[in-house]
Design a protein around this ligand. Structure first.
Ligand SMILES: [Zn+2]
Ligand SMILES: [Zn+2]
Length: 82
C-alpha cells in the first residue's frame, strides 16, 4: 500500500493518505452540491488512521445530516480548501 500526498490550495496544510483501494463515490446530494459548487462531488472514504495531516492545522465545523448524525467538516483556515 503506497501513500499519496496532497496539499490545500495555498499550501499551508499538507496531508498523507494510504488508500486501501481506489474506489471512490460520486455524490449528488444537496450538501455536496452546496459545498463543491457543482453538480456532484468526488469523495474518497478512508479509515481515520490512514490519513495524517503532515503540515499545518485544520479548522472544523459540524453540521447535522438528514439522518440526524453529526458530520465534521475540516478545512484550511487560510484558503478554506476542504
Ligand atoms: Zn490552504
Ligand atoms: Zn453528498
Amino acid at each position: 500500500m503506497t501513500a499519496d500526498h496532497g496539499k490545500c490550495h495555498c499550501g499551508q496544510v499538507e496531508w498523507e493518505v494510504k488508500l486501501e483501494d481506489r474506489a471512490h463515490i460520486l455524490c449528488h446530494c444537496d450538501t455536496c452540491k452546496q459545498l463543491g459548487g457543482g453538480t456532484y462531488s468526488l469523495n474518497q472514504i478512508v479509515p481515520k488512521d490512514n490519513l495524517k495531516i503532515t503540515k499545518g492545522k485544520l479548522n472544523t465545523y459540524t453540521y447535522y445530516g438528514d439522518s440526524g448524525k453529526p458530520v465534521n467538516c475540516y478545512y484550511c483556515p487560510n484558503c478554506t480548501s476542504q
